[in-house]
Design a binder for this molecule. Structure first.
Ligand code: SPD
Length: 280
């Protein structure tokens, strides 16, 4: 009898993966953690029954969350990643030789440990000496961090549910702005623009309270509900379309999805997105 793992989305849809083997299952202080080996996506991380990433499609999400910010920020010496305990986002950040220090703040140490053991293909940079790993609440960390000390902040959060809701509020974005240097850039994941349109529009609107340049952009993530995903680039000074040439040259050949053309097209807004955001 085959075994299936289903992500039920808001009691409206069910996306199931055929499981070859359950590799890890535990309840941490924060959530249920599952790592399963599946026919379609290979090894998959799910938190509280929601697919987070998979060995076969993780590059879409991690490349698109990280590189638009890192190829355009004027300086990228200090980078802060909130969430992302699977290690995929910091792996992409650490591909830039200019990065001197990346701090990864993940609330759930059990996620990090499980991913180190079962998903080493995703977190390939755990041993990089430039990486500082802190197991603590990201919201509190950002509130207390030194002002104007960071060049880029990446928020690799879960869905805006329960305790994670605070990661999507203007108060948190304000703390991020205060920690960023003048030309700093914030990049966040912002849900599906189709099946989570309300959440997506709310995130953009919260960011607009805090930053001058707020530019949503889009990419596929096959394992997520709706398959099309959104991210937001926010900055007071930087323009997301002003790519720094030497950086994109260094990075794009080693990417599976992201490149210069994808960067430019990702920021195009469809008419329905413009309408949802009140721009049309
Ligand atoms: N619907 C799932 C959204 C999860 C976003 N975060 C994924 C973490 C991958 N590093």
């Amino acid at each position: 009898m085959s075994q299936w793992y289903d992500e039920v989305f808001e009691d409206k849809s069910r996306f199931g993966l055929k499981v070859r083997q359950t590799l890890f299952h535990a309840k941490s202080d924060f959530q249920t953690i599952d790592i399963i080996d599946t026919e379609l996506f290979g090894k998959v991380l799910a938190l509280d029954g929601t697919f987070q990433t998979s060995v076969k499609d993780e590059y879409y999400y991690h490349e698109m969350l990280v590189h638009p910010a890192l190829t355009t920020a004027s300086q990228i010496k200090r980078v802060l990643v909130i969430g992302g305990g699977d290690g995929g986002s910091v792996r992409e950040v650490l591909r830039y030789p200019e990065v001197e220090r990346v701090t990864l703040v993940e609330i759930d140490g059990d996620v990090v440990n499980a991913c180190k053991e079962h998903l080493p293909e995703i977190g390939r940079a755990w041993r990089d000496p430039r990486l500082q790993l802190l197991i603590q609440d990201g919201i509190q960390y950002v509130e207390k961090a030194e002002p104007e000390s960071v060049d880029v902040i990446i928020v690799d959060g879960p869905d805006p549910i329960g305790p994670a809701v605070g990661l999507f509020k203007k108060e948190f974005y304000r703390s991020c702005r205060e920690r960023l240097r003048k030309h700093g850039v914030l990049a966040v994941q912002s849900e599906s623009p189709h099946v989570m349109k309300e959440a997506f529009c709310r995130i953009v609107s919260e960011l607009k309270h805090v930053f001058r340049n707020v530019r949503p952009y889009f990419g596929p993530v096959p394992i997520y509900p709706g398959s099309g995903w959104s991210f937001v680039y926010a900055s007071n000074e930087q323009d997301p379309l002003e790519i720094i040439d030497r950086r994109i040259q260094q990075i794009e050949n080693g990417c599976r999805y992201y490149n210069r053309d994808i960067h430019r097209s990702a920021f195009a807004l469809s008419n329905e997105v413009k309408q949802g955001l009140g721009l049309k």
